[in-house]
Design a protein around this ligand. Sequence first.
Ligand code: FES
Length: 244
Amino acid sequence: MKEAMAIIERIRQVNETHQHLELAVEPWLAEIKPGQSLLARTTTTWDPYLREQWYPVAATKALLTIERPLTTVVSPGQVVNLLGIVGKPYRFRKTLRNVLLLAYNTEPTPLIMMIDMLLKNRVSVTLVLLGDAANYGTTHLPPEVEILKGDHEMNWANRVTTIGWADQVFAVVPQADEPGHFRRLYEMFTQLRADIPQGHLWGIFRPPLPCGIGACSSCLVRVKGEHLAACTQGPAFDLAAVMG
Ligand code: FES
């Protein structure tokens, strides 16, 4: 884990709820991959004590774009203290044609960075926004992404077809009860698919990360009877292994 200072070069509101912060960063930070994140401190004090977990939505050689809610108070020129890089990149199947991204009652931010990469590799992408996630405006996303919206009961139009057609699925749910929400999601998939192959349905776990290096045991997720740290082995875990 390394520490870096980054300058917020530009801030752009992208929809009614979120903004994109463009950070000038050192080249090693721009190596970040979809699934990985940073621990950020925007204040010069220890309040709040825990750093915010920031997921990038784009990275170029010297510029990192971070998506944050509009409630994050920042300004251009501000210096941010970053720790990283946290976690492992998402793992994709070798043969991949259709990917389903699913956000339930939370913003889809941890899912966004993979979209460009998938589209460049001619993989089609569907983003399903369920419940409160449907309030997330999507006009800033590439037009090739199919956007579907659904309700708090995890219903959406053509649900059976969407689920059957996906080669791989990545999902985010509210941090408050990830095990409960992921279990509901997993049960829904088991009812609608004949089988859920290994590495098919991934839950993105986002517990609070006090250390980010696997030292404090605060972020453990039970996978096949083993406890794995979300900060070093996650954030994505195969839900078939978590629920099994
Ligand atoms: S945050 Fe400390 S072990 Fe993961």
